[in-house]
Design a protein around this ligand. Structure first.
Ligand SMILES: [Ca+2]
Length: 84
């Protein structure tokens, strides 16, 4: 266990000075979060196997149904973009 912690510690301690600064810790957390997002996105995408013949086009309505479920009476939607 100690070896594993040492390996992680050394990865976080970018300048190898034996201490982990706030910036190094923030960069590590950012790195781990980005990696999680990429892995999760790949996993979700693999669940959305397109139904067309060449398996390359995922229809938006199919994606919405699979992601959010079918909502009776909703035939279209409006995307509202906010920069807040
Ligand atoms: Ca350091």
């Amino acid at each position: 266990m100690f070896t594993f912690v040492r390996i992680i510690y050394d990865k976080i301690d970018k300048d190898q000075n034996g201490q982990i600064s706030d910036e190094e810790l923030m960069a590590w957390i950012r790195h781990v979060q980005k990696r999680y997002i990429m892995v999760d996105t790949d996993r979700q995408w693999s669940d959305h196997i397109p139904e067309n013949d060449d398996k390359t086009l995922l229809k938006w309505d199919v994606y919405m149904d699979r992601t959010y479920g079918h909502i009776e009476g909703i035939t279209s939607f409006k995307i509202i973009w906010s920069s807040v």
